[in-house]
Design a protein around this ligand. Structure first.
Ligand code: FE2
Length: 376
């Protein structure tokens, strides 16, 4: 049986920001809070968005969402929301800001502590604040997903906030706001999008329209991530990568898998998520080689590789090669990870809920090999 989910509506393309005012008024929001991060304020991206709204509108801003989403950041944004008597939220940023907004929309209306909802997402009702997302990285796909990870403390592993009720009301994907994204982040978040498309496509969910979206997203990343990284001003490449990231977010609706389970293994250090998952991808593709042949062949074809029985290994090699060309590392050690408790890493990867969607879930012994290879 198939389940075909509904994604949030999306305004896509250069100029899409012009829709923001209409989307606010359609929801009766006349006192929005824009949450964002320091870099986007410093680089003028916040100002670009602010200027799409009337100067007379009461727009509040919280500009200090941290690099990885934390309860402290959400609480600080909530204080501004209350003081300024806001009635809706706009999240402008990468995955951290977009996921923070999902938790913020809950506590803004339902009250209580963020931790209450992390421990028991079933407590999240439909009673949430209006929520519009504007992604500035391409990306996490968090602009359309119905879950996110929030860290209770900066260095503590993330806890999930998964609920259909946190799904954004509408996403505005305007590549204009990705033009200033630095090369390294362009590369790493672009490869995160690839892993979302690949894991979503390979998942055990049946969703033919979603699968078509995933394969299309794979093609776009493979064709355009190097261009977008080499020349941030390449508007065609930026637009293609913004679409690939959105398609990655839609692919997440089918589930993820061991690549993202591995991000849990190293979740006790603040490593960049996109870099971490693309470093993890080759080892997982080698594990799948010969185990999920038909699906792997389709992924290989989307990556312009020979779709034969060795497709898993070909995908692994091509991903490693692409990472290298993009200047990304090939092991987690090279990302600066300095922990040594291998058994704990293996347990965390093996115990992750991401494995539930895998076409073939690695057992603990399999993870010994995979974690060792990814760690380096
Ligand atoms: Fe991811």
């Amino acid at each position: 049986m198939s389940f075909i989910p509904a994604y949030p509506p999306v305004h896509f393309g250069f100029g899409a920001l012009a829709e923001l005012e209409n989307e606010l008024s359609a929801r009766g929001v006349d006192r929005p809070l824009i949450i964002t991060d320091k870099g986007l304020v410093e680089h003028g991206v916040y100002q670009v968005v602010r200027e799409t709204l009337p100067p007379t509108m009461n727009v509040a801003m919280y500009g200090e969402i941290p690099e990885n989403p934390t309860i402290a950041g959400i609480d600080a944004a909530l204080a501004v929301y209350k003081t300024e008597k806001c009635n809706g939220i706009i999240a402008l940023g990468g995955g951290s800001v977009l996921d923070s907004g999902k938790a913020l929309r809950v506590v803004a209306l339902q009250g209580g502590e963020v931790m209450d909802y992390l421990k028991d997402p079933a407590k999240i009702t439909k009673d949430v604040a209006p929520y519009i997302t504007i992604p500035t990285t391409a990306g996490t796909g968090a602009e359309v997903t119905f879950g996110g990870g929030i860290h209770p403390e900066t260095n503590a592993p993330a806890m999930g906030i998964r609920s259909p009720n946190v799904k954004p009301d509408v996403a505005i994907v305007d590549p204009t706001v990705t033009l200033t994204l630095p090369p390294r982040l362009t590369a790493a978040t672009g490869m995160d999008a690839l892993t979302h498309c690949v894991e979503g496509y390979l998942s055990n969910a049946s969703n033919p329209p979603g699968e078509a979206i995933a394969l299309d997203g794979i093609r776009r990343v493979v064709d355009f991530v190097e261009r977008a990284t080499a020349d941030g001003g390449d508007r065609v490449a930026r637009s293609e990568m913004a679409m690939a990231a959105l398609q990655g977010g839609m692919s997440i609706y089918m589930g993820l898998g061991p690549i993202h389970a591995l991000s849990m293994a190293f979740g006790d250090s603040p490593l960049h998520h996109g870099t971490l998952v693309t470093v993890a991808m080759p080892a997982v593709m080698r594990f799948y080689n010969g185990r999920a042949e038909v699906r792997l062949a389709q992924v290989a074809e989307a990556m312009r590789l020979t779709p034969d029985a060795d497709a898993g290994n070909r995908i692994a090699d091509a991903t490693a090669e692409l990472n290298d060309k993009l200047g990304l590392p090939d092991t987690v050690r090279k990302m600066g990870y300095d922990k040594n408790d291998l058994d704990r890493m293996i347990d965390d990867a093996h115990g992750s809920y991401f494995n539930h969607a895998a076409p073939v879930a690695p057992n603990r012994d399999d993870y010994v090999g995979i974690v060792t290879e990814v760690l380096g």
